[in-house]
Design a protein around this ligand. Sequence first.
Ligand SMILES: C[S@@+](CC[C@H](N)C(=O)[O-])C[C@H]1O[C@@H](n2cnc3c(N)ncnc32)[C@H](O)[C@@H]1O
Length: 463
Amino acid sequence: MSNGTDLGPADRSRSARTAAIALCKGLGVPGSYHVTSPSGRLSFDSATFDVIISSSVFTHLPEATANATLAELSRVAAPDCLLIRSSSDLGEARMPTGDVPSLRPFVLNNDLYDLSEPPHLWNIDGIDVGETATTVQGWSLPHGGNPLNRALVVNGHSFELTPADPLLEYSRIYPWCPNAIFSGFRVSIPHKVLDVRLADEVTFACGPIEGDVGGRPQYLLSVLRRDLNFEIPDTTISARIGVEQTLHYTMYGRSIFNGLDASLRTATRRSFADFTTIVDWGCGSGRVARHVGLAGLSADQKLIGFDIDAEAVAWANAAIGPHFRVSSIDPPLDVANGSVDLVYAYSVLTHLAERLAGSWVREMGRAISPGGIFAFTVLSETAMIALLPMMDRQDLLLWRKQGILDSMENAQLESMGVAGSYYRNVWMTKAFIKSLLRPEFELVSLVPSFHFYQDLVVARRRG
Ligand SMILES: C[S@@+](CC[C@H](N)C(=O)[O-])C[C@H]1O[C@@H](n2cnc3c(N)ncnc32)[C@H](O)[C@@H]1O
């Protein structure tokens, strides 16, 4: 059933639409056609329909009419009805004033994935410390489509989130999440409730107030007071890792370090302090490695960062300490066989073509001692679900079949003369990751949503 037929310009008269419906009938398109009344009231009983399709209709409705139409659609929708709306409609969708309709949105390629437990993605974009309160601004996908069912937990204190102004980009990127347009939030934390100025570390967690996130672990974002005094590299260097804001550079570095430490502890019962020779492969400007150093390396511990970005490595050596070395696009690393007991790599194998990924895993097998750990992030199921509608269907099918998808160039390293023909966005299935690791490594753990939609692989060197 369609609640209207848009055949073109928005100013078509109602009689023209009536004629279009008549035309569908005349063409013998199966179904029954009804001219709806301008009041929006549909002449059907409540809970009649299992599927409702609307293409480019909400785009043309003023807010009050859109809300009334959504309310009417939810009346005639049976429980768990599928609402199919075009992406332009999703982009323009208005938040219903009453209860949020329990309608599942239509998503391109949704037959390929179970969208009942999508990742709960969120971010902090600004922290502003005022005289009486701290204002935190960010975005969080509305859980189950309800923009009011979200809380930000800051150092154990829970704050309900009220939606900020509509932001179209979220509904474009995440059309599988109803009301993603209301992802933006701003929350005020009175100093008398929680004075973040006095806290050494501020940790944010975001999630639904009611319901859960399907057993997925939740990433946390943290920042330490002392982190805020750190020098950070200029934007030419930080843009190569896709980060533009100072807060994001600082907070993500700390959060990735904390997340790695926690995941290592869970998967291997060892934390950073328990490894002797630690390699940060693809360290960039030491965004994560600086925290390994700050955690306090003991006299018998060594940290080495390797990267092909000579400028970032020089900056890290000057700003952090002499831990960093320039390495080549191809193996080997300048370390002796079996001399390393932990290699971690944040968002490096996410960028390498299959042949190079294979030769680097073999190289890690050479460098890491038996029992040692290789922890690296991947674009896998979580990233695929998150970006599902943006992916080409043929690519998705190919990914399923081959286990690896390498169809996109990444231009982030072009400022240092490394082209997208080398630097890619590469997606791997869990089965592919397992086969990539063989024979040197066994998969110990795959942590979904480790940091946004990058998953973390923890692998142990056999031997
Ligand atoms: C997305 S960035 C992540 C940087 C760093 N891990 C961080 O989290 O800040 C990917 C990094 O991998 C580096 N890279 C790419 N190919 C590499 C290779 N073959 N060997 C070492 N580093 C490489 C890039 O120069 C870049 O610094």
